[in-house]
Design a binder for this molecule. Structure first.
Ligand code: LM2
Ligand code: CA
Length: 531
């Protein structure tokens, strides 16, 4: 059977998509020290941007509420996140995006896949998650609840398909008028690498993820690649991000940062205003690992924090590594962080999964049930990075949409249904958010493990935890580092008055405790939850 050229293109796109998301993005380009090709005269890449001033404040624990609509995010800030001690919330890309009107080009059965939001059409804020007014109200509500808002910023590209947006716009690829920022700037052909001659692949796609110029200047899964090396595009993108900062947003998760590249990231960041709190915005760069030299996550830590995508795999392998028993060995986590080959904790936003890795096999996900919760609780105890707790809609196939109205608008999150997995609300996770905040930067000490799947450690004299990733309850006797007394287990209970709503732990005069840690369970005590 012969395929039409159009059919072949679709097949290639689908293939590129799978490869890029599962393998390609985890590869990297070669070229340590190499300069990106400068292309045309309008290009300003040759001019190195000044190193950005990166002293943004520690965001505390963030919840990543992927594709929750704005009203639901605001409500969660008030009802759950603020009271629980979350310091921030990351939200999905809020700019106007592709709204598909027909099937094909990536999927043949789901009209509104979750990934529509990664195809910007303009920088007005009407999206699947709500209106600009609802977005602004959400930011205000969250800030009032003590929760700062961090936005997923899609700055590498515009759309790769379609002609209609959630904001009601019609467009053609490479021609986006009235972007809604900077005196209604627009993008034309000349603002895309496809037309600048800077993309060095024959197909226009990133065919070689180890080729620096391709990684930066060619099209990631067929998405129109912006000339972020030009002053005009940088100015337009900074205007979009500054609009968000003006609304009270505190920083950004930078989508596809590896494909923007350090010089352009630095130049855009240097144009950003301070937050409404007078601090520099968070700049958390998405850089899949595996690439050499300048494309490695390590090489982006001079431009911002990076997402802990390699850590995600180590966490998965520790909690679930053996094909037969699916038990893993969390005793391996005695060494985790810079010493296990990851980026420094101070430079990393850490998590057990995000929207890509929960689908592509790199990470544990909500389908791992108690084990996923245990890993999330462990991350909060570990002290590694700026931890995020991921909560989103459930799925059965890769492209599944979150629950929506017929036209693709995401409906209110309902944590009582199986359509959503609200890990941020899990009582044990919330207990560990409080524990994390209380122990602060206290050093890990008194490490104990059984060589397999039960571990315990303290954080200074402030807190102590144990995790059992094995199939049976285990009785342990360990040094806690805490003073003698009866403590409330904050994973299963709360101190209220002089008693605990859950089980307690007895610490002897010598600091030791004997207790049972249930299967796939944790125990955590802290100095200020002594009865
Ligand atoms: C990211 N990080 O670098 C996001 O975390 C990831 O979720 C995004 O991919 C990607 N970069 C682009 O922002 C997702 C999704 C892709 C999807 C794109 C664009 O994983 O599958 O690509 O968003 O919506 C889809 C189709 C693909 C098609 C492409 C362009 O799946 O087959 O390529 O749209 O039309 C021909
Ligand atoms: Ca690019």
């Amino acid at each position: 059977m012969q395929h039409s050229p159009r059919r072949r293109l679709l097949r290639r796109c689908a293939l590129v998509s799978t490869v890029a998301m599962t393998v390609g993005l985890s590869l990297g380009a070669n070229g340590a020290g190499a300069q990106p090709s400068t292309g045309t005269a309008a290009s300003v890449t040759a001019q190195a941007a000044a190193a950005p001033e990166l002293s943004s404040p520690d965001p505390g624990v963030m919840a990543n509420l992927f594709e929750w609509n704005w009203n639901s995010v605001g409500k969660e800030c008030t009802d759950v996140l603020g009271p629980a001690g979350y310091g921030g919330v990351q939200v999905a890309p809020p700019q106007d995006s592709l709204r598909r009107t027909k099937l094909g080009d990536g999927n043949d059965s789901i009209l509104h896949p979750w990934w529509e939001v990664y195809q910007p059409v303009d920088y007005k804020l009407t999206s699947r998650m709500g209106s600009e007014a609802e977005f602004k109200a959400m930011v205000k509500t969250c800030r009032q609840a003590g929760v700062k808002v961090y936005v997923d910023a899609v700055i590498n590209h515009m759309t790769g398909q379609g002609d209609t947006s959630y904001g009601g716009r019609t467009y053609q690829r490479y021609a986006y008028s009235d972007l809604g920022v900077d005196h209604n700037a627009s993008y034309a052909n000349s603002d895309f690498h496809k037309y600048s001659g800077d993309c060095t692949s024959t197909t226009g796609a990133i065919d070689d993820f180890n080729n620096l110029a391709q990684v930066r200047n060619c099209e990631l899964v067929g998405l129109s690649d912006l000339r972020t090396d030009t002053a005009k595009v940088r100015k337009t993108l900074a205007a979009y991000l500054n609009k968000l900062l003006g609304y009270g947003v505190s920083g950004f998760r930078v989508d596809a940062a590896k494909h923007v590249g350090q010089p352009d990231l630095d130049a855009i960041y240097n144009r950003l205003h301070n937050t409404v709190d007078g601090t520099r915005p968070l700049w958390a760069l998405e850089v899949f690992g595996g690439g050499p030299g300048i494309l490695s996550p390590q090489a982006f830590t001079t431009s911002g924090k990076v997402l802990g995508l390699d850590g995600v795999k180590q966490i998965r392998d520790a909690f679930k590594s053996y094909p037969d028993a699916h038990l893993g060995s969390i005793a391996t986590l005695k060494v985790f962080g810079a010493d296990s080959g990851l980026t420094a904790g101070s430079k990393t936003v850490s998590f057990v999964q995000n929207h890509d890795t929960e689908r592509n096999g790199d990470a544990l996900n909500y389908k791992d049930g108690a084990r996923n919760l245990l890993a999330t609780q462990w991350l909060l105890a570990s002290g590694y990075g700026t931890p995020q707790v991921y909560a989103a809609f459930t799925f059965s196939t890769n492209d599944d949409s979150p629950p929506t109205t017929a036209d693709g608008m995401i409906t209110d999150t309902d944590c009582t249904t199986s359509a959503w997995s609200c890990t941020d609300r899990n009582a044990g996770v919330i207990g560990m958010v409080g524990w994390h905040n209380y122990v602060g930067k206290a050093k890990q000490q008194n490490w104990w493990d059984d060589g397999q799947n039960v571990i315990a450690f303290g954080r200074g004299a402030k807190g102590w935890v144990a995790f059992n990733n094995g199939p049976a309850a285990k009785k342990i006797t360990v040094q806690t580092g805490l003073s003698a007394g009866t403590y409330c287990d904050v994973v299963h209970g709360k101190k209220s008055g002089g008693s605990c709503t859950g089980p307690t732990v007895e610490v002897k005069d010598n600091g030791k405790a004997t207790l049972t840690v249930r299967a796939t369970g944790a125990v955590a005590i802290r100095a200020n939850a002594r009865l």
